[in-house]
Design a protein around this ligand. Structure first.
Ligand SMILES: [Zn+2]
Ligand SMILES: [Zn+2]
Length: 254
């Protein structure tokens, strides 16, 4: 039987040996489990990330059961943006990750932007500038950063496409859930504004955000940018819900 003292000593020796053989010690970005050799996620979490594959709607980029031109929703309601693409599907794991990103773990922007940049280079090579979904000044003060702005900055570094500050959010729209579809639309239209219409004219823009839930927000902003005579608007998000939820159960989209 080992005494407590010896147990402690053994633990010390073990961790010292481990730091010699595995100097790169990290915690899984999602569950916090210890991972080695520079991996960002543990094997379990990695297996749960659902990367967007081949079967996507050409328009909204959401995963569909088989490859098609447009999903049923895009057929019945054609979005204003030209094309939207996302890195992965929004599931329990990505929801956790995005929450961490919004609540202090700003460095996750680099991780998200890696794959977002690949998509931008592949799918949106004709883009002139990156724009991002804005947050209100009040929220910016509270959170300390706009997560979409951070993503746009990281993507810009990797692709060389410049970030343009052309959008503003004038008021928060958290109580959207209680509103009817029509009211929600009106509310959203009044919440956002294009601050530099001269810049937008004839430009092909990539609108960046962390998550696309219903897509109502990015669609409204795309409409505003096109109203400012932008040539095309693409949407690029880290995660997208595979199928649009009903308006009522959607998140606040910000
Ligand atoms: Zn994990
Ligand atoms: Zn679609």
């Amino acid at each position: 039987m080992l005494t407590e003292k010896w147990k402690k000593k053994m633990q010390c020796i073990k961790s010292a040996l481990r730091s010699v053989f595995f100097p790169e010690k990290y915690a899984c970005e999602c569950c916090g489990r210890e991972v080695f050799s520079g991996e960002r996620f543990c094997a379990k979490c990695l297996s749960e990330i659902s990367y967007t594959g081949e079967n996507i709607c050409e328009r909204c980029g959401r995963q569909v059961s088989e490859r098609c031109d447009y999903c049923d929703e895009c057929k019945s309601f054609v979005p204003c943006f030209d094309k939207a693409r996302s890195v992965c599907s929004y599931n329990d794991l990505t929801r956790k990750l995005v929450l961490r990103f919004k609540n202090g773990k700003a460095y996750l922007a680099r991780l998200f932007a890696e794959k977002m940049s690949e998509i931008a280079a592949r799918e949106f090579s004709d883009a002139d500038a990156l724009v991002y979904v804005p947050i209100t000044r009040k929220r910016l003060r509270k959170r300390g950063y706009n997560q979409a702005r951070l993503l746009a900055g990281e993507i810009s570094q990797r692709t060389g496409i410049a970030v343009a500050d052309v959008l503003q959010k004038k008021k928060d729209t958290e109580d959207q859930k209680k509103l009817t579809k029509k009211q929600r639309k009106r509310n959203l239209q009044a919440a956002f504004a294009v601050t530099d219409k001269v810049f937008c004219k004839d430009k092909t823009l990539i609108l960046v955000d962390d998550v696309m839930t219903t897509g109502v927000t990015v669609n409204e902003i795309a409409a505003l940018l096109l109203g400012a005579r932008a040539k095309k608007v693409y949407v690029l998000t880290f995660a997208a819900v595979p199928f649009r939820k009903s308006e009522a159960e959607s998140d606040a989209d910000e």
